[in-house]
Design a protein around this ligand. Structure first.
Ligand SMILES: Nc1ncnc2c1ncn2[C@@H]1O[C@H](COP(=O)(O)OP(=O)(O)OP(=O)(O)O)[C@@H](O)[C@H]1O
Length: 742
């Protein structure tokens, strides 16, 4: 295990609780910016600026879910703990800002703490059996030998308590894992849970006594602060740890306040410790008993009580004192941060200030983190309620100032033993060894043939008997030699077997890796071939799309040109039509303005005048004005002139061949009036007034002209109706008729 130091800024992220009310005092501008907007009530006092911008490492908005919060705020801390580094993560904010929700959550939306446990257990590869690592009661751990561990396990089996709660039933489980756990290490997880209430530390997992008693804080041999006698439980699964959390929560001080139904009245600290040690040897599945090789890393998850003002909670008595203590400890935290920042600015100079960690138990517990034994992360939990504006501001200011703090982090770094050990994963080795043992037992065979024939006895013949006796001696000597050789070989085998096994295992592992690589290569090749085929197909489609696009573009260009030409043509035809209409109107006027029929000379002069005026007048508006000035049009009344298209319009409905009535009976028609011989629904919809000219000629030639006036009103069915208001009538009688009649 090595130790190195790095500079590390305290990271602050911010989360906002969903809010459905009006006038929210906080809005997320972007991923790093939050804007606090003074609510209407504050603005009236005119004491604060209307809005303030705060920058953080990340700002989550109301739609960001628990998983995203965990990924951004805690996932990297899980890698840290596996690599032997410490971390502290705490939630800070106003009461009801979602601190407990963010930290713990519920079964449907699990918070940071259960996710940390899930990911941790998913990532530990070699889980040590229980009681191999044991607490020493002084904030440290020891590695027990096999016998002690077995005895402790047996004792625990007998007094096993069932802590099962509903927490593990149906909860969302995070199935992800992170890298960082070394193959050569085995590890165990311990958890503890304490609360800081009224500036005392209580052990939430100590159920040996009825009412929790306050625990002291002490400093261990490595100058780390710890809670004396705190209960630490070794857990083998995330659910086991969560059951302990639920058990502790039952003891935690939570009460109903005006601002939150279940408001945390204490600061809670849930600590997860990972204790690791390397395996004793390549062949062992037990950790070394060399205590110096132990690596302990921890993640402390702190759910702070909410900062609140007594005026708003309307607390009294014990609750008021409780709130006072909460605020005091939070104030001390702020003071510590201020001093740390001051000292940081004066780094290397004299007159550094004392950081008042000891003024509260909360800061005493965190001292080590701020002085360099871990990464510190703060999640600001905000509530955009307008009433929380002042408290939110104070929390945000604190959060922003805290970002400037740099902690010098000392890390327990797990040594990378890969270079000195055969890189065979422990699991592979153990499996291989079991297999080898089985084969070894089944293939026990003797190297030398047994029951060798000894030479026979010689009988009477002396010479023969001497010869056989020599032969027997030789045979005996040979047997002795074989026995001693066998013994030597067995001894050598015992001596060399581990090395041989390690070498063979490594060889097999290399072969296994090679096979894996071959399979991987085949899969990669087929994936590559698939991707290449897809690429070819995509290229073909791209080419064909490009071709089609070109055709569409050309068609489009043609259509635009044709449209433009049509527009110009329409325009010129429209102009011509207008000219014709003007000419007709003039003729009409000329006809009506004279009692006698116009002479050809008169008509000629009128048309000449008309042609000259058409050339001079460019715009219709100007033409209308000039006509008015000259009094040419006669029926034009400037009081009703409207340039706006949305101005009221009159629909003038006249017969196709209207008999001139001269100046006697004529409707007052504004210039934007529409004239029609057969009114259409659309024309009626665009009009507010309606004038109908109706003419009849009787048998004797009397002409009666009626001008019927009315308002156009929209109908419920979406159409229009005319509401007639008055009728003006004119009758032209032939004098001869009257004379005859009379
Ligand atoms: N992001 C969120 N989405 C949905 N509900 C939320 C969210 N955050 C908080 N809540 C809900 O808001 C309420 C208050 O949240 P919570 O108890 O976590 O606040 P707190 O900051 O811990 O308050 P206190 O300081 O009083 O303990 C709870 O009912 C919680 O379920």
């Amino acid at each position: 295990m090595g130790k190195k130091r790095v500079d590390n800024a305290l990271e602050v992220v911010c989360r906002i609780v969903p809010y459905n009310g009006s006038d929210p005092c906080l809005t997320v501008e972007d991923e790093t910016t939050l804007v606090a907007i003074a609510p209407e009530t504050t603005k009236k006092q005119g004491v604060r600026p209307e809005s303030r911008t705060f920058k953080f490492s990340h700002v989550f908005d109301e739609t960001d879910d628990q998983r995203k919060i965990f990924d951004r705020s805690a996932m990297d801390l899980m890698e840290n703990i596996l690599q032997g580094k410490n971390s502290l993560l705490f939630t800070y904010g106003v009461t009801g800002g979602g601190k407990t929700y963010t930290m713990t959550g519920n079964t449907k939306a699990v918070g940071i703490l259960p996710r940390c446990l899930d990911v941790l257990f998913n990532s530990i590869k070699n889980n040590a059996e229980k009681f191999i690592f044991q607490t020493n009661g002084r904030n440290g751990y020891v590695i027990a030998n096999q016998m002690e561990a077995t005895l402790a396990r047996k004792a625990a089996e007998r007094g096993k308590i069932d802590y099962s709660t509903e927490i593990s039933n149906g909860r969302q489980v995070d199935g992800r894992q992170v890298s960082g756990f070394s193959d050569d290490y085995t590890g165990a997880v311990f958890v503890s849970y304490v609360e800081v209430y009224n500036n005392y530390v209580y052990d939430l997992l100590d159920d040996s006594i009825g009412t929790p008693i306050a625990r002291d804080t002490r400093v261990d041999i490595a100058n780390s602060v710890y809670v004396d006698g705190v209960s630490e439980f070794e857990v083998e699964t995330a659910d086991e740890a969560l059951e302990l959390l639920a058990r502790g929560d039952q003891r935690r001080r939570i009460s109903d306040t005006l601002l939150n139904k279940s408001s945390s009245r204490s600061h809670s600290v849930f600590t997860i410790r990972l204790v690791q040690a390397p395996f004793e040897s390549d062949l062992a599945d037990y950790p070394t008993t060399d205590q110096r090789q132990l690596v302990v890393s921890q993640l402390s998850l702190v759910d702070l009580a909410g900062s609140e003002r007594a005026k708003r909670t309307r607390n009294t008595g014990a609750k008021l004192a409780e709130a006072g203590q909460i605020n005091n400890s939070l104030l001390t935290l702020r003071q510590c941060f201020e001093k740390l920042r001051y000292n940081q600015r004066r780094r290397g100079k004299e007159n550094l200030q004392v950081v008042p960690y000891r003024n509260s138990k909360l800061t005493t517990l965190f001292k080590n983190f701020f002085e360099g034994t871990g990464k510190v992360r703060m999640i600001l939990c905000m509530n955009p309620r307008p009433d929380d504006y002042q408290e939110n501001l104070s929390v945000l200011e604190f959060g922003e100032e805290s970002r400037a703090i740099c902690t010098r982090v000392g890390e327990n770094v797990i040594a990378n033993l890969a270079s000195t050990r055969p890189p065979v994963p422990k699991r592979f080795f153990l499996r291989w060894n079991q297999e080898a043992d089985r084969n070894d037992n089944s293939s026990q065979m003797s190297i030398f043939p047994s029951g060798e024939q000894m030479p026979p006895e010689a009988g009477d013949n002396e010479e023969m008997s001497a010869h056989f006796s020599r032969l027997r001696n030789w045979a005996e000597q040979r047997q002795n030699l074989q026995a001693s050789l066998l013994q030597n070989m067995k001894e050598s085998a015992v001596l060399f077997e581990p090395k041989l096994r390690a070498a063979l295992c490594l060889l097999d592992y290399r072969n296994y890796e090679l096979e894996e690589l071959k399979i991987q290569k085949l899969e990669d090749e087929s994936a590559l071939a698939r991707v290449q085929a897809q690429l070819k197909q995509a290229n073909r489609e791209l080419l064909s799309l490009r071709g089609r696009l070109k055709i569409y573009e050309e068609e489009d260009a043609r259509a635009i040109t044709a449209e433009e030409q049509q527009r110009l043509k329409n325009k010129s035809e429209h102009e011509k039509l207008k000219e014709t209409q003007r000419a007709l109107r003039k003729i009409n006027e000329v006809c009506e303005s004279t009692t006698r029929s116009p002479s050809v000379a008169q008509l000629k002069s009128t048309f000449n005048q008309m042609a000259t005026s058409t050339k001079q007048i460019a715009s219709p508006v100007r033409r209308a004005r000039d006509e008015t000035e000259k009094g040419g049009a006669g029926f034009y009344d400037p009081r009703y002139q409207r340039r706006s298209k949305s101005a009221p319009r009159m629909l003038v409905h006249q017969p196709l061949n209207r008999i001139p009535t001269g100046n006697i009976l004529r409707a007052k028609v504004p210039p934007n009036a529409m004239t029609t011989t057969a009114p259409q629904t659309n024309a009626l919809k665009k009009s507010t007034d309606y004038v109908l000219t109706h003419q009849m000629v009787d048998k004797v030639g009397n002409i009666s002209t009626s001008i019927v006036k009315g308002h156009v009103i929209p109908t419920a069915g979406g159409g229009s109706a005319v509401c007639f208001e008055n009728v003006e009538k004119l009758t032209h009688e032939k004098l001869t008729n009257r004379a005859n009649g009379n």
